[in-house]
Design a protein around this ligand. Structure first.
Ligand code: AHR
Length: 503
């Protein structure tokens, strides 16, 4: 028998405007994300700059807005100036983070060109692992100073007359992690981040700066790290970062499907920690959260792999293949990010191409959409206007990892300009459909059903491959039935759905 649930939507119950930066992504010099991912001169679809046109088209279709670059763990050993000037003079270097050779064929000038073609904003991460204030100032001068200084003129000589105008700058990456080159304790990092932030603000006061939070909520220093770092940086930064990756452990699908609960808890904990530092400092300022790495990642498989032996350019690294359940989880994580739009105002799915990514490529071959591409692209396309506070009245179930979980999780957006209302919902039940009644009385008779898109499949382990790239895609769900002020839609077992009502 089907389950039932009910949700009441009200255009007055606004959490915050939808921030387009929630639909960010991440391009790291790692594995095949850059080389044979976004960039592959000689590929039949390469454009005049060596960028893959098929990947660019999919990037635009995905609807990403902001791209974090160039790392990740990579950035903590990166010398940005290796990647500028004539290509034949650029050094090849060891990348210790991913045990590869970095050829430096792509650097900030090429990436800025790619970002312009993809119509995305760059979020630039500076190296605070092996480097510090001076190098951060240098890369800022190269990128953002209009002209008339050594480094801005070097950029112009290298072919980019106009500055890149990068607004968001990450002050390092995951420096709480022992795996990170230049790993630091919270006080050491906080002081370095504060000094770097102060210097960058002297160069350009309006920058938006992101201090590193914990690399996951399971770190032993989680909470105390954020508190100490923010004690040092509170007045100097705008954001603290969050990173979270989820996977299905030992076939425990029920827990995996509920991992957005953990993301909720993670966000609430970092907000509480940041606000308690603010209270102690008697500050009225609120620190925002930049959830600049999140995704499904089968990290336990990666950690169990053999240690790398040879040094290669762009070896395949963590090219996870995503199934239907993974896509439902990705859709649910976006629901969690949207519902925290008042404090999470930037987010980046990690990563864009090949490395735990919605887009996959073969060198010299095709590019295709993984299952997780679909809920991301549809959410990015449909979420407009305001995020509405939504509470689902319905069944729940027990999970081993994340406690009691609602069977249906949902969020809605409403655009007062167009009248469009969109409900995003998941059904986490593994065998039963849910009849979801959506109470629209607060909208009067101004909205009517205008399309549904569902990701579900009898085979939860189905994946998309180069040979069968559209095995898993979105399909129109059962029609929405309307009775008075209540619209009812059916959510299949283990599914993600977007339902649009036009105004
Ligand atoms: O996205 C893959 C890696 O995960 C990043 O390099 C690092 O920041 C995180 O640990």
């Amino acid at each position: 028998m089907n389950l039932t649930a009910r949700i009441v939507l009200d255009p007055a119950a606004v959490v915050a405007p939808v921030n387009r930066r929630l639909f960010g992504t991440f391009v790291e010099h790692m594995g095949r994300c850059v080389y044979t991912g976004i960039y592959e001169p000689g590929h039949p679809r390469a454009d005049e700059d060596g960028f893959r046109a098929d990947v660019l088209a999919l990037t635009r279709e995905l609807g990403v807005t902001t791209v974090r670059y160039p790392g990740g763990n990579f950035v903590s050993g990166y010398r940005w100036e290796d990647g500028i000037g004539p290509r034949e003079l650029r050094p090849r270097r060891r990348d210790l983070a991913w045990h590869s050779i970095e050829p430096n064929e792509v650097g900030i000038d090429e990436f800025a060109k790619w970002a312009a073609k993809a119509d995305v904003e760059i979020m630039y991460a500076v190296n605070l692992g092996t480097r510090g204030v001076q190098e951060a100032l240098d890369v800022h001068e190269y990128c953002n100073q209009p002209a008339g200084t050594a480094l801005s003129d070097r950029r112009r000589a290298n072919g980019s007359e106009k500055p890149y105008g990068i607004s968001m700058w990450c002050l390092g990456n995951e420096l709480d992690g022992s795996w990170q080159l230049g790993h630091k304790n919270a006080r050491e990092y906080g002081r370095l981040a504060a000094a770097t932030a102060r210097a960058l603000r002297m160069a350009e006061p309006g920058l938006e700066l992101v201090a590193c939070g914990s690399s996951s909520s399971t770190m032993p220093t989680f909470g105390s790290w954020e508190a100490t770092v923010l004690e040092e940086t509170y007045d100097l930064v705008d954001y603290v970062s969050c990173h979270a990756y989820y996977e299905e452990y030992h076939g425990d699908l029920g827990s995996f499907l509920a991992c957005a609960n953990d993301m909720d808890h993670f966000i609430d904990s970092v907000v509480a920690t940041a606000d308690s530092v603010g209270a102690r400092l008697r500050s009225r300022k609120k620190i925002q959260l930049s959830f600049d790495e999140w995704n499904v990642w089968y990290l336990s498989r990666f950690q169990g792999g053999p240690p790398p032996t040879e040094w290669r350019v762009a070896p395949p690294v963590i090219e996870d293949e995503y199934n239907v359940a993974d896509a439902v989880v990705v859709g649910n994580l976006l629901i969690a990010l949207l519902r925290h739009s008042d404090r999470v105002t930037a987010a980046c799915q990690a990563q864009l191409v090949n490395v735990i990514a919605p887009i996959r490529t073969e060198p010299g071959g095709p590019a295709w959409r993984q299952t997780i591409f679909h809920p991301f692209a549809r959410t990015a396309a449909l979420a407009r206007g305001d995020v509405l506070r939504t509470a689902v009245d319905g069944p729940s179930y027990e999970t081993d990892r994340y406690g009691t979980a609602a069977t249906v999780d949902a969020v809605a957006t409403h655009d007062p300009a167009t009248g469009d209302l969109v409900l995003f919902a998941v059904n986490r039940d593994q065998t039963r459909s849910v009849e979801l009644a959506v109470d629209l009385r607060a909208f009067g008779d101004t909205v009517r059903p205008a399309g549904t898109w569902t990701l579900a499949d009898d085979d939860l382990r189905a994946v998309n491959t180069a040979a069968d790239p559209d095995r898993v895609t979105l399909r129109a769900a059962n029609a929405v039935t309307v009775d008075g002020d209540v619209a009812t839609l059916v959510l299949p077992p283990v599914s993600w759905t977007a339902a649009r009502f036009s105004g």
